[in-house]
Write a protein that binds this ligand. Structure first.
Ligand SMILES: [Mg+2]
Length: 304
């Protein structure tokens, strides 16, 4: 990429904590004071697979490319530190496109104190492809993982689910602050961020934890967008959308019963936190019927 762009990027990022060299050397040096474990994640977004430039601005693409990684660190209750960003630009649109992508990405980075350690920007004849690799660090409480849920734990979810394609998928706030606060102040058994739909992600957490998850259909918080989309396209109900639309980027948590009671009473977040079910002995994904019995639930979503 041309020197002018690198100069623009260096001015835009300024002096960055943890990165004594800044941008511009052959590689970045990361200086960390604490001994806590590093947490690494990476996501690749491809035009016309994960987004369309006819429906998203380049700023939204940059925002989302970082936000999906932040959501994964939130799921681990890790504090984000620094990102590496690699972009392949469609030749006819560069370099204006690169700047607009970075504007969106850096605005979110500053909200979460994420520095830019480096990366690469190239042009080619193909579509826009953007990869963000994000480095974070566990807190003194250690990581939160998918694998710690136990039968009897309550299942709690942040926010509202479904209908993210109406716009939220490109402008969501990753639940980093919420995860750090909950992990600090309460004992959590397991956590996952909802990237592929509640049903599928709950079944993933169940599998990693070696137990089952029983969801209570009437307790699932359904977003306004999911209800609106179901009115326009009645083939899928609001509940089905909340179970399987994906890209909600909310948190699903398994919490020991006493902690769940305290959490639900405290409501320590600025967003709703609701109980949607329970971990059970029987492996797999279930819906709890009104009479208390369990029926198998497809990881794709609610089936009548
Ligand atoms: Mg994830």
């Amino acid at each position: 990429m041309e020197l002018e762009f690198i100069t623009w990027l260096r001015e835009r990022t300024g002096r960055q904590p943890h990165l004594p060299l800044g941008l511009g050397d052959d590689a970045a040096i990361l200086q960390l004071a604490e001994q806590n474990d590093l947490v690494l994640t990476s996501d690749l977004l491809t035009e016309d697979v994960h987004f369309r430039l006819t429906q998203c601005t380049p700023q939204q693409v940059g925002y989302k490319a970082l936000a999906v990684n932040l959501s994964d660190l939130a799921a681990m209750a890790a504090r984000p530190i620094t990102a590496l960003v690699s972009i392949a630009l469609p030749r006819q649109l560069a370099p204006q496109l690169a700047r607009e992508i970075y504007e969106g990405l850096l605005s979110l980075a500053s909200q979460f104190n994420v520095t830019l350690a480096g990366g690469d920007t190239n042009c080619w004849e193909g579509p826009l492809v953007i990869n963000v690799a994000l480095v974070g660090q566990t807190t003194s409480r250690g990581p939160l993982t998918r694998g710690g849920a136990q039968p009897g734990d309550q299942l709690l979810v942040t926010g509202e689910l479904g209908g993210s394609l109406a716009g939220r998928h490109a402008s969501f706030t990753p639940r980093v602050r919420e995860a750090l606060l909950l992990h600090e102040c309460y004992t959590l058994s397991a956590g996952i961020d909802l990237s592929d739909g509640l049903a599928l992600d709950a079944s993933r957490m169940a599998r990693e934890s070696g137990c089952g998850m029983a969801l209570e259909m009437t307790a699932i918080p359904i977003s306004t967008e999911a209800r609106q989309m179901a009115r326009q396209q009645p083939a899928r109900s609001p509940l089905e959308r909340a179970l399987s639309d994906g890209e909600d980027f909310e948190l699903l948590l398994a919490v020991p019963p006493d902690q769940a009671d305290r959490l639900l009473a405290d409501q320590p977040l600025k967003i709703p936190l609701v109980r949607i079910g329970q971990c059970v002995e029987q492996a797999g994904l279930w819906q709890r019927n009104p009479d208390g019995s369990l029926a198998a639930l497809s990881p794709r979503g609610y089936e009548h």
